[in-house]
Design a protein around this ligand. Sequence first.
Ligand SMILES: O=P(O)(O)O[C@H]1O[C@H](CO)[C@@H](O)[C@H]1O
Ligand SMILES: O=c1cc[nH]c(=O)[nH]1
Length: 234
Amino acid sequence: MTIHIGANPGDIAETVLLPGDPYRAKWAAESFLSDVRCINQVRGMLGFTGTWKGNPVTIHGSGMGMPSLSIYVNELIKDFGAKTLIRIGSCGGMQNKVQVRDVILAMTATSLSTPSRGIFKEINFAPCADYRLLRAAADAAAAKGTPTHVGGIYSSDVFYDERPDLNEQMVRHGILGVEMEAAELYNLAARHDCRALAVLTVSDHLLTGEALPSDQREKSFGDMVEIALEAAFA
Ligand SMILES: O=P(O)(O)O[C@H]1O[C@H](CO)[C@@H](O)[C@H]1O
Ligand SMILES: O=c1cc[nH]c(=O)[nH]1
């Protein structure tokens, strides 16, 4: 057990899917895994372990924002031996070609800052996805016929952004969407020799103002869960 994860040794699989929303973790585990058991409830941050096609998988909430994700990913890697970590998140679309409900595979994650800024100091580290996971996820998405975009995303520290000029620069440089966790997930995976990927579903659109309701963000993004599972075990 750790301070934030009340699981026993062996309760957590080497492959962990990480939605920000703990209730998306519950829905995804109950919808896509077999033999599911709840392995964490500390602070309401739910985690579940089960199997997918015979392979052990944990689906654990990360909370919103990079400081929260950093706590869970540090403990999952250092205390529970997680090796493959795939974020299954929602994001805001930033390009006209990206539609609500499309999937984005985050090849890189730009940020203004991350919790790793203190150790990188003057280094502008380039957080990127694991290539094998990324390629397998793109193949899985193509096989399913899910409209999917592969490219750079923006990991922001704020949901309610008061700097429209930042978004303008992201759009201008081809960034596909905005979310709040992937850059630090990629930093931590690089530091600890793990594999990471962010598979995102577009829940909002910054250019059109479209926005899906919270129940759909919790319970309807099944394609990204299946793409993440296919990629993890390809
Ligand atoms: O839906 P999740 O996975 O939480 O991801 C996105 O949604 C939250 C904001 O509503 C942030 O965590 C952002 O990254
Ligand atoms: O961070 C996020 C997540 C979903 N939608 C957004 O616009 N931003």
